[in-house]
Every structure is written in structure tokens, then in C-alpha cells.
Design a protein around this ligand. Structure first.
Ligand SMILES: [Zn+2]
Length: 132
């Protein structure tokens, strides 16, 4: 019997929100296609693109998450590191360039985890279904 993992932990692990076992992103990671996803979960059959334009919401999540994150980066740069505003913007550009792919993948995984609920019987139901 599996125990339900928290939404945020499941998001960070890039696991399917329905069964919490299947991987959302294809492996191995390719820098040329960082958000490559399989059509559906191998474990429970959950579709990873339920409808066209599904991940538009992830764009807004990404904006909110990165906005607050970079406010923290600027505050840290100015208050703790005692950098000028221009230098802090340089730090933001460097951090943004290095974390871009992480936030892109994280926002899509978070959006999928917010929209799909955990189902402890999903794996069994998919195994027993005739539509595999
Ligand atoms: Zn699954």
C-alpha cells in the first residue's frame, strides 16, 4: 500500500500526480528538448497533455514563482552582499540564465500536480483495463 506524497514533494520529484510513480519527463534529460514528456504515464495511463493549451496555466505559475524567487535574489544581493542595483541586476540575469530550464520544468510539473488528484487505485485500475 503506497502512501500519498505531498503535492510539492511530488512536483519536485517530477512524478505523475495520479499514481506518484511514473515519470512526467522522458529520461534521459536532453538540453535540446527540456520539457519532453511521454504521451501518458506508463504506470497509470494518466495523459500528460489532457487538452490542447493545457500548460498555459503553467506559464502564469512560472511568472509568479520566478517573480518571488528573483525578488529574493535581488534582496539578498543588495542587503547581504551589499551590491549596487546594477550589479544585482547582473546577478539576476546570471541566475535566471542558469535556472531557466529548472523553472520551466517545475512550473509544468506543478500545474499538472495542481490539476490532477492522487488516486491510490490508479495503478491497479490501469493494469486491469483493456485500453493499455
Ligand atoms: Zn501515473
Amino acid at each position: 500500500m503506497s502512501k500519498e506524497r505531498s503535492l510539492l514533494m511530488n512536483t519536485f520529484m517530477y512524478k505523475c500526480p495520479r499514481c506518484q510513480e511514473g515519470d512526467i519527463y522522458t529520461k534521459p534529460f536532453k538540453i535540446t528538448d527540456p520539457v519532453s514528456m511521454p504521451h501518458h504515464c506508463d504506470v497509470c495511463g494518466q495523459l500528460f497533455l489532457p487538452e490542447p493549451g493545457f500548460y498555459y496555466g503553467a506559464m502564469f505559475l512560472s511568472y509568479i514563482v520566478t517573480g518571488f524567487f528573483f525578488l529574493g535574489v535581488v534582496a539578498f544581493s543588495i542587503i547581504v552582499l551589499k551590491l549596487s542595483v546594477n550589479a544585482a541586476m547582473g546577478v539576476v540575469i546570471l541566475v535566471a540564465a542558469s535556472t531557466y530550464i529548472f523553472f520551466l520544468r517545475f512550473a509544468r510539473a506543478l500545474w499538472l500536480n495542481l490539476m490532477v488528484r492522487y488516486d491510490k487505485n490508479a495503478k491497479e485500475n490501469f493494469k486491469n483495463s483493456t485500453f493499455q
